[in-house]
Design a protein around this ligand. Structure first.
Ligand code: ZN
Ligand code: ZN
Length: 416
């Protein structure tokens, strides 16, 4: 006899609103456009709501690919050693082909962040590297905004257990669901209008920053004195973005950040992380790094240092920055006080930097630049893109003009 697991209590009305926001705001899916969804198996209820909203919006073909946490663990326990240097290249080539044919992309996040915590770190690192390499052609189309794309989250029970370890499983799922719904602005009756207002507020910030054309940002606070040179002809983005296919999408739900491309060769000083970085099953805490001419020359962490150094060794660009983002300390996600162990949420709780690949979109006329032109303006290139938090209520940020004079941008973590 088998017993079916109890269905966790996720508010069906808010779940349906999240699906509607993903399709109408996140993707702005167009009539006739195909859609590719990737999701953990547990997110099936959300994927079904999204699929219905997508077809109602006129989608052509909606295709879903599911990942299964148990199957992933089975691989680490049983697969032959040499298979960890391979990945499903044929699948990612197919994805890249679909994106070239204007298929929209929706990723449902919600995997257990600690799934691989007790597996062999060497195998995890090799598998990640092989996957990043195989995924590169598809990732370039997403990072370059060739198409409209979006990420939303589902409160997977295994994830909820990490965020609320002291709660009963059903209670943890309900609490995580509520946190996701609040952060995603679907806990109110008219989430589509709320998102339009939020996008307008973020646009005001990016317009101000773009008008200033700072040459650098200077972060100061406890354990941090960091000058992040900004790429030549960089452009700030936040909230809604126009993809190269002409569709305005909101790639991240939730989102609170405004972000741009740093100059890969002009980052100097030292910086301390203000929140733990959860990276593929390892928690990396109290990161302290020193930059010289854009490159990390010294890296320490009180926990997960070995994994962090492995990440930095991925390739030449992994020691340089591909993103700098500003988020006020009073953002709703920061105010929740939760650590989500999920970049989509945690990066929207604090100002952050990202190691690795830059977004070519974050340049004036970025959509038209070749990879060589992006590099010439200071854009970094890497197989990885990993965000970690450097903002808090104690961090000041100044914009540095071309003549070296500072302009206050943030004081004690808030917009001036
Ligand atoms: Zn970011
Ligand atoms: Zn990022």
């Amino acid at each position: 006899m088998t017993s079916s697991p109890r269905i966790p209590s996720v508010d069906p009305v808010k779940l349906d609103r999240l699906a509607e926001v993903a399709v109408k705001i996140g993707l702005q899916l167009q009539p006739g456009q195909d859609l590719l969804i990737t999701a953990p198996l547990a997110a099936l209820p959300l994927v079904r709501r999204i699929t219905e909203h997508a077809y109602k919006a006129g989608a052509g073909l909606v295709t879903s690919l599911y990942s299964d946490e148990e199957a992933t663990v089975m691989r680490y326990r049983n697969a032959p050693d040499d298979s960890f240097d391979r990945s499903v290249g044929w699948l990612y080539e197919g994805m890249a082909k679909a994106f070239s044919a204007n298929t929209a992309r929706l990723a449902v996040a919600g995997d257990n962040p600690m799934l691989l915590a007790s597996e062999d770190p060497e195998k995890v690192s090799r598998a990640n590297k092989a996957q990043s390499k195989a995924y590169q052609p598809a990732l370039e189309k997403i990072a370059g905004f060739d198409i409209n794309w979006n990420i939303v989250s589902y409160p997977n029970p295994s994830w909820a257990k990490q965020v609320f370890p002291d709660q009963e499983p059903e209670v943890a799922v309900t609490m995580l669901a509520d946190a996701i719904f609040a952060a995603s602005r679907v806990d109110i009756d008219d989430p589509v209008s709320a998102w339009q207002e939020h996008n307008a507020a973020l646009r005001k910030r990016t317009e101000w920053l773009n008008a200033r054309t700072f040459s650098a940002l200077h972060f100061t606070g406890p354990g941090t004195d960091l000058t992040v040179g900004l790429a030549d002809e960089h452009e700030w983005h936040g909230g809604a973005s126009v993809a190269k296919n002409g569709i305005t999408c909101n790639p991240n739900i939730p989102t609170e950040e405004v972000f741009t491309t740093p100059h890969a060769l002009r980052v100097d000083g030292h910086v301390s992380s203000t929140k733990p970085l959860s990276h593929q099953g390892t928690l990396i805490e109290n990161i302290k790094v020193r930059f010289e001419d854009g490159k990390i020359v010294e890296a320490k962490a009180t926990r997960g240092e070995e994994v962090f150094n492995k990440v930095l060794g991925t390739d030449e660009g992994a020691r340089r920055l591909g993103e700098v983002a500003l988020v006020p300390h009073s953002s709703p996600i920061s105010a929740s006080g939760l650590l989500f162990f999920n970049t989509l949420f945690d990066e929207n709780a604090a100002s952050h930097i990202a190691l690795g690949q830059c977004y070519s979109k974050c340049f004036i006329n970025g959509g038209e630049l070749s990879p060589g032109e992006v590099a010439a303006r200071g854009g970094n290139r890497s197989l990885i893109h990993i965000d970690w938090m450097i903002g808090s209520g104690e961090i000041d940020v100044d914009g540095i003009n071309k003549d070296g004079s500072p302009v206050p941008v943030m004081r004690k973590g808030e917009w001036v």
